[in-house]
Design a binder for this molecule. Structure first.
Ligand code: UTP
Length: 293
């Protein structure tokens, strides 16, 4: 079995739900307290054994490239002032190989993944969405590692799903599950992009982590734009499922969707309640605040 060594992080979306903040700034750079969202994703990749990451970026994404580049002037300044803890935080951002490629037009998630084809070549790889966090507090196995472990057993493409409230199915790709090959690992009959709740085949929604065999690329090449006139990754997965097995892995941990305002705010509060520098202050503040609500 080939090792899963490479990850694609698509981060070329327009982030319209976060305008005007995302007019000049990538939504993946919005911080959770003090760390850009995308840095959590890169750390998850590293903890899952990934060696090389490619970020698919678009216009206004220069800040992502700068974030993972060294900043000699800043580092020298911190060093001369003996701000060693801060220096360490800055240096850590360049600890992993991160490469960049530009998606010239935001033609959809499927198209973004296809843009990174030459980087991946003929190997299995993971896709990690840049605004979708799990296990942020660092306890337990990252979801990407769970998927890679499944791939090592089955050799099949596997994507993460999670139960969502039935009325929310129109926000996600949703699976029509058949039998479980082991607890929490489903064979899938079909994958449906953003179904209306009345048509949704289940409440198991695709969340932002996938392991793919390289055959997905040929399929993406031939996938016509679908919902929203975008090349939908879900449509390509559905086609792949007719050619080879694709499994869905049910994730039971915490997930944080930082791509919308309320999700981002909730993530900041939950992470803040765990953050060594501000947790006590934040807890006190929230208790006082709720008395006034
Ligand atoms: P979203 O559906 O969250 O779209 O994309 P978006 O454009 O980023 O945000 P909104 O809906 O306008 O607020 C899911 C993921 O796919 C990436 C996004 O960056 C995000 O990580 N994506 C989407 C691309 O890389 N390229 C695209 O053309 C579309």
């Amino acid at each position: 079995m080939k090792q899963v060594r490479k990850a694609i992080i698509p981060a070329a979306g327009l982030g319209t739900r976060f305008l005007p903040a995302t007019k000049a700034l990538a939504k993946e750079m919005l911080p959770i307290i003090d760390k850009p969202t995308i840095q959590f994703i890169v750390e998850e990749a590293r903890q899952s054994g990934i060696e090389d990451i490619i970020v698919v970026d678009g216009k206004n994404k220069r800040s992502i490239e700068d974030h993972f580049d060294s900043n000699p002037e800043l580092e020298e300044n911190l060093r001369s002032k003996n701000k060693n803890e801060m220096l360490k935080l800055v240096e850590e951002t360049t600890d992993i190989n991160v490469y960049f490629i530009r998606q010239s037009h935001p033609r959809g998630l499927g198209d973004a993944v296809l843009t990174a084809r030459a980087f991946v070549g003929n190997e299995p790889f993971v896709v990690m969405l840049g605004d979708d966090l799990n296990n942020i507090k660092g306890n337990g196995k990252p979801l990407t590692k769970e998927l890679i472990d499944d791939y090592q057993e089955t050799g099949a493409s596997t994507l993460a799903v999670m139960r969502v409230p039935h009325e929310d199915t129109a926000k996600y790709g949703v699976i029509d599950p058949s039998e479980q090959v082991k607890p929490g690992l489903y064979n899938v009959l079909s994958f449906v992009e953003k179904p209306d709740p009345k048509d949704a085949p289940s409440d198991l929604a695709i969340i932002g982590r996938y392991v793919f065999t390289p055959e997905i690329f040929d399929i993406l090449e031939n996938t016509q734009p679908g919902k929203g006139n975008e090349v939908q990754l879900t449509d390509a997965i559905n086609t792949l499922n007719h050619l080879q097995r694709v499994f869905a892995h049910e994730y039971k941990g915490e997930r944080y969707d930082t791509g919308n305002k309320f999700g981002w705010l909730k993530t900041n509060i939950e992470y803040g309640l765990d953050h060594p520098q501000i947790k006590d202050q934040l807890r006190e503040y929230l208790i006082e605040l709720t008395k006034k609500l």
